[in-house]
Design a protein around this ligand. Structure first.
Ligand code: OXD
Ligand code: MN
Length: 568
C-alpha cells in the first residue's frame, strides 16, 4: 500500500514523465552530488547550471546564471485560484481553479521527459515548533533543489512528520522551457497546492518561500487565527543582556536583510538575526504574539552588500561553515574566479564578465551584476517620521495599511518619487482579498491579551538638498534602542497626529554628530503637506470596496481631523 505521499509523487511522475526519480534527504553529500550534476550535465541557455568559484576568499561558492528572461518574480504570471474571484480580491490575479488545473496539466504533461524529478520533503519552521508545517516539492532543477536545501529544513524530519498523513503542502515545479509565454505560478489555497512552471527564479520556483509561506499560509492563517507576514525577526540584546524581539515589515529591496543583520554602532548592543524575510505570528497561551521564521537560509539582494552596509552578511558569505553559497546572476572576476557586484568593497577587478557572461568594465552603462542578483519601511523622502509609535493596535494596523514606498530610478521605469502602496509589505504576497486581510489583523488584535506595540519607521527622509538625513545601517540601533526603552516604559514620547515620536534628547546619539535642528526635521509633521497623501490613501482604500473595515476608515478620518486641527 502506498502512503498518501508516495501516491501523490507517483501521480506527479505519471503526469511529468521523468526518466528518474530521486528522493532527497537534504544531506550535504547530496547537495555536492547535485552541484556536480549542475556543473557537468545540466545547462541553462547554453551555460552550465553551476560554476565553481575560488575558495580563497569566498568558500564553498558557486555561480549560477539564469536565463536572461528569468531574473525576478513575475507578478503578472502569478495567480491565486480561489473558487470565486471576490476572495482573491483586487490585489491578486485570479483564475478559476478548474480552468487553472486544466491549463497547468497540459503544460506539465511530459515536461520532465529525459530529466530527473527530485522529490523534496521539507519543513517550514523548526521541526520541533508547534507552528511548523510539513511540505513536499518536486522539481526538475538542480539549482532549485540545492536552493531549497539552503532555504528550508529538508529530509527525514519532514518525512517522519508527514508519515501516513495526507496533510502536507504540495508543490510541483518544472523549469519547463523557460519560456515567458508558458510560465505560470498558480496557487490553489483550498488544496494547499502550488504549481509553477517556466521559471527557476527563487520567488517563482522555491515554492516553500513566497508561494507557500506567504500566499497560501496567509489563507491558512486567516482560517486558523494567525498571521503569515513579510517580516524580518530580530532580537536586540541590550548591555544588561536582556533581549527584546522585533518583527518588521518593509517592502522588497528596502533593507530588511541589512536591518535583520545589523551591527550596532552603540557599544554593548548585540543583534540576534532570526529571519530576514518571513514571519509566522501566533498568539501564545499567555496572550502575547510569538514569531517564528519558517525559513532556514537567506536569499538576499547582492548589489549594495558590503562591509559598510551589511558587515555580518559579508562575514557570513566568507565563512566556510556553510555549504554551499550560491551567487545568482552576479558578475564574475574571471582572473580570480570570484563573484562581484556593484557596491562590493575594494577595487573593481580588471577582468570582469557581467551576469550574462559578456566582458564588462567601469566604462559600461549597463550593470555588471543584475540589479536583482541574489545571494539574499518603505522608502519615503518626506512626510513620514524616522520612528513613530502607534497609539494602539488598531492604529498600528492602520499605519500598516497605508504603507508605501517611493519608486527609485534603479528599481523601475515608473516616475521617480511616485509612491507604490504596499500595505504591510504584503501586496504581492497576500493570498486573499486585502480588505479582509486588514480585518483579520484587527481580529488578531482583539484576541491578544498582551498585544505588542507597533511602530512605523522610515530611514529615508531627505533634506532640502535631497540628501538622507539619517545615516542608517548600524546607526539604526539608536532607533531600536528608543523603541525598546518605550516598550519597557523608560522614556516619554511626544504626541503628533501620526503617532508618538521621540524627544530628540531621548535618542542616544553617542559618537554621532548630527545638529539638533537637523534631527528635529526627522520628526517634523507638516499638516499642509498631507493633502495629496490623504487623497491617495483614500483613493487606494476605495479599491477594496466594502471589504475595507470600518475601523480602518475611522482611523483614516481621525488622522485627517488631527492634521486639520494641527494646521491652526
Ligand atoms: C522579495 C524577496 O522579492 O524576498 O521580497 O525575494
Ligand atoms: Mn521578501
Amino acid at each position: 500500500m502506498l502512503t498518501p505521499l508516495e501516491h501523490w509523487v507517483e501521480e506527479q511522475a505519471q503526469l511529468t514523465k521523468p526518466a528518474r526519480i530521486r528522493w532527497c534527504d537534504g544531506s550535504e553529500q547530496e547537495a555536492r552530488e547535485l552541484i556536480e550534476i549542475g556543473i557537468r550535465e545540466e545547462k541553462i541557455n547554453g551555460n552550465p547550471v553551476f560554476t565553481k568559484l575560488s575558495d580563497r576568499n569566498w568558500p564553498n561558492a558557486y555561480l549560477h546564471r539564469s536565463h536572461p528572461n528569468d531574473v525576478a518574480r513575475t507578478e503578472q504570471l502569478t495567480f491565486v485560484c480561489h473558487p470565486d474571484k471576490a476572495t482573491a480580491g483586487p490585489n491578486n490575479n485570479w483564475m478559476d481553479p478548474k480552468e487553472a488545473r486544466e491549463k497547468m496539466k497540459k503544460l506539465f504533461d511530459g515536461c520532465m521527459k529525459g530529466r530527473t524529478m527530485y522529490v523534496m520533503p521539507y519543513m517550514m519552521g523548526h521541526p520541533k515548533s508547534p507552528y511548523a508545517k510539513a511540505c513536499v516539492q518536486v522539481t526538475d532543477s538542480t539549482y532549485v533543489a540545492v536552493s531549497m536545501r539552503i532555504m528550508t529544513r529538508m529530509g527525514k524530519e519532514a518525512l517522519d512528520r508527514i508519515g501516513k498523513s495526507p496533510d502536507f503542502v504540495r508543490g510541483i515545479h518544472s523549469i519547463g522551457e523557460l519560456d515567458i509565454g508558458r510560465r505560470f505560478i498558480m496557487h490553489f489555497p483550498q488544496d494547499n497546492l502550488v504549481m509553477s512552471i517556466g521559471s527557476g527564479y527563487g520567488g517563482n520556483a522555491l515554492l516553500g518561500k513566497k508561494c507557500f509561506a506567504l500566499r497560501i499560509a496567509s489563507c491558512i492563517g486567516q482560517r486558523e487565527g494567525w498571521l503569515a507576514e513579510h517580516m524580518l525577526i530580530m532580537g536586540v540584546q541590550d548591555p544588561h543582556g536582556r533581549v527584546s524581539h522585533i518583527a518588521a515589515a518593509l517592502p522588497s529591496a528596502c533593507g530588511k536583510t541589512n536591518l535583520a543583520m545589523l551591527q550596532s554602532t552603540l557599544p554593548g548592543y548585540k543583534i540576534w538575526t532570526i529571519g530576514d524575510d518571513i514571519a509566522w505570528l501566533n498568539i501564545g497561551p499567555d496572550g502575547r504574539l510569538y514569531a517564528i521564521n519558517p525559513e532556514a537560509g537567506f536569499f538576499g539582494v547582492a548589489p549594495g552588500t558590503s562591509l559598510k552596509t551589511n558587515p555580518n552578511m559579508v562575514k557570513t558569505l566568507k565563512n566556510d561553515k556553510f555549504f554551499p553559497t550560491l551567487y545568482t546572476n552576479t558578475g564574475l572576476d574571471t582572473e580570480n574566479m570570484e563573484p562581484w557586484w556593484e557596491g562590493l568593497d575594494g577595487e573593481v577587478p580588471s577582468k570582469l564578465i557581467d551576469w550574462q557572461g559578456h566582458a564588462w568594465d567601469k566604462s559600461r552603462t549597463t550593470k555588471c551584476a543584475h540589479p536583482n542578483s541574489r545571494l539574499f519601511g518603505g522608502k519615503r523622502a518626506h512626510l513620514i517620521p524616522l520612528v513613530a509609535e502607534a497609539f494602539n493596535w488598531q492604529h498600528g494596523v492602520f499605519i500598516g495599511t497605508r504603507m508605501g514606498s517611493e519608486i527609485t530610478a534603479a528599481a523601475s521605469a515608473l516616475t521617480v518619487g511616485t509612491v507604490r502602496r504596499d500595505p504591510m509589505a504584503m501586496l504581492p504576497f497576500c493570498g486573499y482579498n486585502m480588505g479582509e486581510y486588514f480585518g483579520h489583523w484587527l481580529d488578531i488584535g482583539k484576541k491578544m491579551k498582551n498585544p505588542p506595540k507597533v511602530y512605523s519607521i522610515n530611514w529615508f527622509r531627505t533634506d532640502e538638498n535631497g540628501k538622507f538625513v539619517w545615516p542608517g545601517f548600524g546607526d539604526n540601533i539608536r532607533v531600536l534602542k528608543w523603541i525598546i526603552d518605550r516598550v519597557h516604559g523608560h522614556v516619554d514620547a511626544r504626541e503628533t497626529p501620526l503617532g508618538l515620536v521621540p524627544a530628540v534628547k531621548d535618542l542616544d546619539m553617542t559618537g554621532l554628530d548630527i545638529p539638533k535642528e537637523k534631527l528635529e526635521k526627522l520628526f517634523e509633521v507638516k499638516p499642509e503637506e498631507w493633502g495629496q497623501e490623504l487623497a491617495e490613501i483614500e483613493q487606494y482604500f476605495k479599491t477594496f470596496g466594502d471589504t475595507l473595515p470600518e475601523a480602518i476608515w475611522a482611523e483614516y478620518h481621525s488622522l485627517a481631523e488631527k492634521l486639520a486641527a494641527a494646521k491652526h
